[in-house]
Design a protein around this ligand. Structure first.
Ligand code: GLN
Ligand code: ZN
Length: 762
């Protein structure tokens, strides 16, 4: 009897082999066969990992050279017109990355993960036709290695839900056009083997499900399940509960329903229905989104709770979602402290955990083999060590969190801004930047050399100071009013702070695919967070010493730090956030005591953390606002607090932004005129706003006239007293040749607008 299951496995390779070969190929340095060769090696390796671990349902078609949504578009023949003439890999990568004639397809975040998928472009005029090549050949490839796989597909409802219509209108209108293609696909799959499991990923079911979507589920799965008797369909959801969909799915002939029992605890409400339907339950109980060793005793408890409702023979043990969102294997973590490493588990290790959980749950401890028994004992010991380690607990920090009384800064905004304006004396339409300046290859090399101890700290410091000197001199020359130090010492806005905080860990090889060939290596929070020393004060005060203008200090906020890290799972998230917020608040106090008058606390990932379901939004917003306010609670009335967010859709969250109570917020509106700013006026937003006046994501240099026009548009919405003028994000990805003229143009444009305004008021 088959008892365990993997939703999906990562594919970039444990040494990022796929990334490397793809980038070689894109650079014209190797032929496509090399990519295919690497892909085969990886697929084989990953299947064998699953097989060797004792996983019954091993995934195929979870592999992709770029992205599974893109693969699905190709499978359906949903090719946007501008790529029509291309074929094979040229077509595929042009859709993903663009080419000289055509812009790439849009990319967006996969639910609340940091993975990004390609957004298919659909139109009523399209004619879809099946291209099953990849799916069939991957199955055969595994079969030839002696491995029978289940086939992973993105389900039709999710495919439509995540696509966009280029001819306006609703993507779900295309349901009747794509369903026959899926049917045709299943017919071909049916010929592959005597019996085949097809996993239909339907994660859109975990969002607020509209009635229109709900009404498609039954016709969809009634029809697909009818295609062939030898296909068993498993409909899988993850990241949240999908109770509305489960209610319907139990009345279709699908074979199994896959639920996330960790991030979608509410799924328990559906268990009775599933039990009554006699369907299999694929129980997502081993966390596919974090890096912690599974607490096996706890997981067995969860399965036993499940088995009280769903008969044991209908249960299949699984990961909570695809392991795509975890790094590969601990094997290459050579530098990590042994104690900490022993608390972790990446994808390969999670396979063993799932196998062990399965054995324990179905057969009991007595049936474990010698090596399994050892794994079990080690697991218990590791979890105990993590619970009791002195490295995790810091009484002082815990006492501070418990004893918190000052949760927000003093003074209402109206009072503060008066004091600040008198003290800081900046003009209307004050100019500034978001923080970072170009990260040149030389700069990266200095940081890398320092990390590898190839240069001394004196040399490193001298190099950083040289950059700051030049950066400050440049900003003075351009005529900017509020300056920044340029962030030369920072590799990444979260990692930089993580490295200086106790309780933070870093991996050598903990890469997780972000999109295409790109990977990120999030730091992880394993213990109570404290700040042994000031983190930015030396650099900022040095920069301030180089100018008589105001130097803006630059920090990352607690919500962003948390959202971009793997977070410990043994403490409530709120408590972890509070610890970080306290560390930031101490830093703010040190900065202001050192004479820094403006401090920006970036919350680039504030919106990313939004829950998938509306029912949870209010709680998240409260949490995020509270922690931001706590992080700036030490700021004196005269210290001006800025924040920055990297997006522009504020309509739904404007009240939350207001509640953060920053004195100034800079945002990304450059690409949409003043439309997005209107909401600030509508709600009577009082605080100051710096809507980016040009788009830093493009190498294009904006003209003076263009920026004048943009500023004038902003002035139609908000008064000059409330506006700051700045680019729409940090400048680190741009080149100096682009940044220099752009900022000169920006300052010039402000001068022109100010003159005009003076003229008008005469
Ligand atoms: N201060 C950071 C920078 O300028 C902000 C980055 C961001 O918004 N993502 O790079
Ligand atoms: Zn930004």
């Amino acid at each position: 009897m088959s008892k365990n299951y993997i939703t999906g496995f990562p594919r970039i390779g444990e040494q990022r082999e796929l990334k490397k070969v793809l980038e070689q190929f894109w650079a014209g340095k190797c032929p496509f066969v090399e990519v295919e060769k690497t892909a085969s090696i990886l697929k084989k390796r990953h299947w064998n990992y699953q097989k060797d671990a004792g996983i019954d349902y091993i995934a195929s078609n979870d592999f992709s050279l770029y992205d599974n949504m893109l693969d699905t578009a190709i499978m359906l023949g949903a090719i946007p017109k501008r790529f029509e003439l291309l074929k094979e890999e040229e077509l595929y990568f042009a859709m993903a990355r663009g080419n000289k004639d055509a812009v790439a397809m849009e990319m967006t975040k996969w639910f609340n993960t940091n993975y990004h998928y390609i957004v298919p472009e659909l139109s009523l005029a399209d004619n879809y036709a099946l291209n099953a090549k990849k799916i069939l050949s991957e199955y055969k490839e595994a079969k030839a290695l002696g491995i029978n796989t289940k086939i992973n597909l993105i389900g039709p409802v999710t495919f439509l839900g995540l696509s966009k219509r280029v001819d306006r209108g609703d993507t779900y209108e295309l349901f009747s056009k794509i369903l026959p293609v899926y049917e045709a696909l299943l017919e071909e799959i049916a010929d592959l083997d005597e019996e085949i499991v097809v996993q239909m990923d339907e994660p859109v079911f975990v969002k607020d499900v509209e009635p229109k979507v709900l009404s498609l589920i039954k016709p969809c799965y009634d029809r697909l399940a009818k295609v062939s008797d030898n296909i068993k369909i498993a409909v899988t959801t993850y990241f949240e509960h999908s109770n509305e969909a489960s209610k319907v799915l139990v009345h279709t002939p699908v074979w199994a329903i896959g639920l996330d029992l960790l991030y979608g605890e509410k799924n328990f409400e559906s268990l009775e229905r599933i039990a009554n339907s006699g369907k299999k339950l694929i129980a997502g109980v081993v966390d596919g989104r974090n890096i912690w060793k599974n607490d096996i005793i706890k997981t067995i408890g969860l399965l036993e709770k499940t088995a009280r409702v769903v008969p044991k023979e209908n249960l299949i043990v699984s990961s909570s979602c695809s392991l795509l969102h975890t790094p590969f294997t601990l094997q290459y973590e050579e530098k990590m402290d042994d104690e900490i490493k022993n608390w972790l588990s990446y994808a390969v290790e999670k396979l063993d955990e799932i196998a062990l959980v399965t054995k324990l749950f179905f057969e009991g401890e007595e049936k474990l083999s010698g090596s399994e028994k050892m794994l079990y004992v080690q697991n218990i010991a590791a979890n105990r060590s993590r619970k009791n380690s002195t490295r995790i607990h810091n009484d002082k920090v815990q006492r501070r969190v418990q004893g918190l009384t000052k949760l927000q800064r003093e003074g209402a905004y109206e009072e503060r801004i008066k004091i600040q304006k008198a003290l800081l004396g900046y003009d209307d339409l004050a100019t500034t930047t978001i923080g970072s300046f170009p990260q040149t290859p030389e700069l990266r090399k200095v940081r890398a050399d320092y990390k590898k101890s190839l240069i001394s700290s004196d040399v490193y410091e001298a190099e950083m100071k040289k950059y700051i000197d030049e950066c400050v001199a440049f900003q003075e020359e351009v005529g900017l009013e509020v300056l920044v130090h340029g962030e030369p010492e920072r590799n990444d806005m979260v990692e930089y702070f993580g490295e200086q905080l106790d309780g933070y860990g870093f991996s050598q090889n903990g890469w997780v695919q972000s999109y295409g060939s790109r990977c990120v290596k999030p730091p992880f929070i394993y213990g109570d967070i404290s700040r042994p020393e000031p983190m930015t004060v030396d650099w900022i005060t040095y920069a301030q010493s180089k100018t008589s203008k105001i130097m803006k200090g630059m920090l990352t906020g607690p919500v962003t730090i948390l959202n971009w890290s793997f977070v410990r799972d043994d403490k409530p998230r709120d408590e972890v956030a509070k610890q970080i917020a306290i560390a930031i608040s101490d830093e703010i106090d040190d900065l202001q005591n050192a004479g820094i008058k403006i401090i920006q606390v970036d919350e680039a990932a504030f919106k990313e953390g939004y829950p998938l379901r509306t029912e949870n939004i209010a709680e998240y917003e409260q949490w995020a606002v509270d922690n931001f306010r706590l992080s700036v609670s030490t700021a004196k009335k005269e210290t001006q607090i800025h924040t920055h967010m990297c997006y522009s859709e504020f309509n739904d969250i404007i009240k939350t932004i207001e509640a953060m109570d920053a004195d100034v917020i800079s945002i990304e509106t450059a690409r949409s005129g003043n439309e997005l700013l209107k909401i600030f006026k509508e709600v009577g937003y009082k605080q100051e706003v710096g809507p980016g006046v040009y788009d830093i994501h493009s190498p294009r240099i904006p003209s003076v006239e263009e920026i004048v026009e943009q500023i004038e548009k902003l002035l139609e919405v908000l008064p000059k007293e409330q506006l700051w003028i700045n680019p729409d994000c940090g400048l680190k990805t741009r080149k100096w040749e682009e940044v220099k003229p752009s900022l000169i143009h920006m300052v010039k444009a402000v001068q022109i607008v100010r003159e005009k305004l003076k003229g008008n008021s005469k």
